[in-house]
Design a protein around this ligand. Sequence first.
Ligand code: GLU
Length: 326
Amino acid sequence: MSMKTWIMLVLIILLTAGCGRREKEKSGPMTYVTIGTGGVTGVYYPTGGAISKIVNQKSDIYNLNLSAESTGGSVYNINAIMNGDMAFGIVQSDRQAQAYGGEAEWEDAGPQEKLRSVFSIHPETVTILAAVDAGIENINDLVGKTVNIGNPGSGNRGNAIDALENAGMDWRIDLKAEGMKATEASRMLQEGRIDAFFYTVGHPSSSFREATSGRRKVRFIPITAVEDLLDKYSYYARSWIPIEFYPNADNKENVPSYGVKATLCISSDIPEEIVYAVTREIFENFEEFKTLHPAYGILTKENMLEGLTAPIHSGAMKYYIEAGLK
Ligand code: GLU
């Protein structure tokens, strides 16, 4: 554990030891732990809330209190975990693989060898939403348009760049690329300040509900010629946008695309008991957890162990072995 994390933990323990003494006499001081998520209109933020809600039901037993914090997204979360600024982070499976392997944003810093995965959660689809009046029907129509590809701390920015390159475009030259957070993009699209935006997110998300519910007519853009991307990167899989969630979009059918998985990550420095407690509570209260967001509809205990590209943390592994899942 980094010095900074130690100091933080010690401070928290000292601060809480005093005020919680009477209630916690038997069980000791509370440890407060943060989960880095994404923008408040994405699915990571409510997911951080859902995980916290389940685990905090047993706060008194584990002396553990979780809370979700809104952040810039996957890349930010990985860096915060590695710096010891946050314990948990929700991270796209492709970003987890890149960080662990020292690729993409981590090319200079090198492999993030202490990165560990806990479990995977909902699938995330690389999604493009465009204004109907901008005349965009396929990805190549983005040429010359003002398009939000996402803020640098997000996971989705890299997916947008990959998708554009795969379609033969250079995001720096062929379009006017914006670097805003997805939370702002919905409003910017409705206000006519951008023509389209990319967001890799679970469905349904408040972002797309908001962006499809305004006066400006919008449509999702299919991304179909992805064979090369799927061949090159094992973390990408075909996916689609379930249109039932967005009745006001111009599309009438599900929209084909491709995507990744949201995963819960942590550093190997975080104590086993904490990771064990979180894993155990989510899996033991699995049916309740699944009701907390419609994007969890397809989750099974088994598929929550798929898409993990960094090694599983020993605290999580302890539970999986106990539960016969590994
Ligand atoms: N996939 C996005 C990212 O990594 C976040 C999506 C969300 O917040 O639900 O930045």
